[in-house]
Design a protein around this ligand. Structure first.
Ligand code: PXL
Length: 276
């Protein structure tokens, strides 16, 4: 059985990061190891949340895994709380990421034109350097803009998206750079990407649901990783992820439209598994 490791926080309530990645990737049939970087009572969009930093555990956990000859087919990183954690992940890439191991980075740090609580532009630049060491990156448009010094636009066109993808590729990502949530048909959501090796752009669009929920980027990234581990090609993996994320948003809109945290992916997970 394939085994991946995901490196991100545990938000105990919030339906994001590890509490999304672990159930989804496991249900898709891949062993999912976790390297938690922090424990928060909720994600950072709540007020008054607690945080216990676990970054002093990254090195000893890695050393133990090395001593046990544990390795991974893919390393998936999501929300990282500070620049030091990003540097520790780079070290982890060196130790566990050689050969065929895919390095998949979701630079979860911003949305809707703004950085999340606690992050600044310097953090975004450090995240950009991690993206440069990855094989696949899946920023949303806001994250892509922060990492490439591109003014964020809501009235974008495909030329702007392609230009931003080229700037992302210049960070050094080896295989695919993808901007999530944008499609060639700008009235639609989906994704647009660039195959760095061939220089070809690709895109997929579906009807846009005008409602923002937290953690949808983590759902998207997790399904993509789960599908890649089932040997889907990149386009089919991203398409599966985009459709599933849309279904999760639609489900949540029906159940609990004012929900302030993650989407109701649990209700839609069986239909994802049936599609595989
Ligand atoms: O889904 C991204 C995410 C993950 N983890 C924490 C967050 C967020 C977004 O705000 O706060 C702790």
């Amino acid at each position: 059985m394939k085994r991946i490791v995901t490196i991100q926080d545990i938000s105990c309530v919030g339906k994001c990061s590890i509490t999304v990645a672990l159930p989804i990737i496991s249900a898709m049939g891949t062993e999912t190891a976790i390297l938690p970087t922090a424990v928060l009572s909720t994600h950072t969009m709540f007020t008054g949340f607690t945080v216990k930093d676990l970054q002093d555990q990254i090195e000893p956990i890695s050393a133990h895994w090395k001593s046990q000859k544990i390795n991974f087919d893919l390393i998936y990183t999501g929300y990282l709380a500070n620049k030091e954690q990003i540097e520790l992940v780079k070290q982890f890439f060196k130790e566990f990421g050689s050969g065929d191991v895919l390095k998949f980075v979701d630079p979860a740090m911003a949305d809707n034109g703004a950085l999340y609580w606690g992050f600044d532009e310097e953090f975004a630049k450090t995240m950009a350097s991690l993206c440069g060491e990855a094989d696949i990156i899946v920023p949303n448009l806001t994250e892509a803009c922060f990492m490439t010094d591109t003014p964020y636009r809501t009235d974008y066109d495909i030329e702007y998206i392609h230009a931003t993808l080229k700037k992302l590729a210049a960070l050094g990502t080896k295989k695919y750079v993808v901007i999530t949530g944008v499609s060639e048909d700008v009235s639609q959501a989906g994704f647009t990407g660039l195959d760095v090796e061939t220089g070809e752009f690709f895109t997929y669009g579906h009807d846009r649901i005008d409602k923002l929920y937290h953690g949808t980027g983590d759902i998207f990234a997790s399904v993509t990783v789960g599908a890649l581990e089932r040997d889907y090609n990149i386009y089919d993996a991203l398409k599966l992820a985009a459709d599933f994320t849309k279904d999760c948003v639609a489900e949540t809109l029906e159940n609990d439209p004012e929900k302030t945290y993650g989407v109701d992916f649990e209700a839609v997970l069986p239909s994802l598994i049936n599609k595989l």
